[in-house]
Design a binder for this molecule. Structure first.
Ligand code: SF4
Length: 370
């Protein structure tokens, strides 16, 4: 199977091939260099990196670095979106990293994912509120809405002279029917990625899904020409949604939105794809298959911190000691606890949102979706 088709990276879970195709490094050799490794690192949900060993060298010598983690605001956030921001929060707390979050309303507009810029700006603030609700330090966390922050346009114009159209077309697979905004967005994205390095002189890591790597590569090439630190990458595995298909905001059954009510979320969990047997009796006799089970994946990736407990569930599942209803009940409990707590923290942070922005924002936008 080809990794790339029609310019798009296929969401394969053949990570060995992805590592080879993108020329990135496995995470294993640097695992023991992390301070208190986060569960996403311990469990290799972060499966690869590019130059993160250099970032660790800097951090271990007492230096500091930045995390650049953009968000394309075209919808409400679901728990899958929040995962990378949980990792960023760990990097902030453990290493004192500054976290920068460009909100690319321009991208969502030019790629026609929203009907107007106002809609993207509404989601920009809504998504930012979800992210800060995780517990970020306002002194070390800054957001900007791409079209509202003048530095971005000036930087993109300056950086554009270091690229050619043929490079951009080859890297992103643009065709004749792409609009000029989509093509210029590659320069905007590069400005976002290089922002902490250019403005604050901070070496930067960009945690992303591997299909976003072309943006990192192109920024690294330009950084080298400008004698800047080449941005490092941390790469997350593709995770499944509740139905077994990828989580997608446009398919609500696949994901838990941060704004779902508890009853709605409960129904989604009860319809989740599992690795269980058709009947309880067969489950008791033959055991289930946690490796294909989305409910197990939710425990493993999102909700259970204790490695020994996750392993106990795996063993109990395979031996038939556990049935799917018990797991789903437990997952409902975790999800409902998360939703209630997250909603409370969102409300609490609403008035503080401006502290996290590099420009003025109008939080009354949050009360009305355009
Ligand atoms: Fe998944 Fe639990 Fe069923 Fe095993 S018992 S297949 S872990 S839901």
């Amino acid at each position: 199977m080809a990794i790339v088709e029609a310019g798009e990276v296929k969401k394969t879970t053949d990570y060995e091939r992805l590592i080879e195709y993108f020329g990135v490094e496995r995470i294993e050799p640097i695992l023991n260099r992390f301070k208190n490794p986060h569960r996403l690192i311990r469990r290799k949900v972060i499966f690869a990196h590019r130059d993160f060993d250099k970032i660790l060298d800097i951090a271990n010598l007492g230096g500091t670095f930045a995390v650049l983690s953009g968000r394309g605001p075209s919808n409400k956030l679901h728990i899958g979106h929040l995962l990378v921001y949980e990792l960023n929060l760990y990097l902030q707390r453990e290493y004192g990293a500054s976290v920068y979050v460009p909100l690319s309303d321009d991208e969502k507009y030019v790629f026609r994912k929203v009907k107007n810029l106002e809609e993207a700006q509404y989601y920009a603030l809504d998504n930012a509120l979800d992210i800060v609700a995780l517990g970020y330090d306002p002194k070390k966390t800054k957001f900007f809405i791409s079209s509202e922050y003048p530095w971005v346009y000036k930087a993109a114009i300056r950086l554009s002279r270091h690229l050619t159209y043929s490079t951009v077309r080859a890297v992103f697979g643009f065709r004749d029917d792409n609009n000029p905004g989509e093509i210029f967005y590659s320069c905007i994205q590069m400005a976002h990625i290089l922002f902490p390095e250019i403005v604050y002189g901070l070496p930067t890591v960009v945690p992303v899904a591997i299909d976003q790597d072309p943006y990192i590569r192109i920024s690294r090439d330009v950084a080298a020409k400008l004698r800047l630190f080449k941005p490092a990458g941390l790469y997350l595995k593709y995770l499944r949604g509740l139905t077994g298909k990828p989580m997608s905001a446009s398919e609500p059954q696949t994901c838990i939105f941060t704004t779902d009510d508890v009853e709605e979320a409960r129904k989604k969990v009860w319809n989740a794809f599992t690795g269980g047997q058709p009947t309880i009796r067969e489950q008791r006799e033959k055991g289930g298959n946690p490796d294909i089970c989305v409910v197990f994946e939710m425990f493993y990736v999102y909700f259970i911190e204790d490695d020994a407990e996750v392993e106990r569930i795996r063993q109990d599942c395979m031996s038939g000691n556990l049935i799917c209803g018990e797991c789903k009940d437990r997952l409902c409990e975790y999800v409902s606890r998360f939703l209630k707590e997250h909603r409370r923290r969102r409300e609490q942070m609403k008035d503080r949102l401006p502290e996290f922005f590099l420009h003025e924002i109008d939080t009354s936008i949050l009360d009305k979706l355009p």
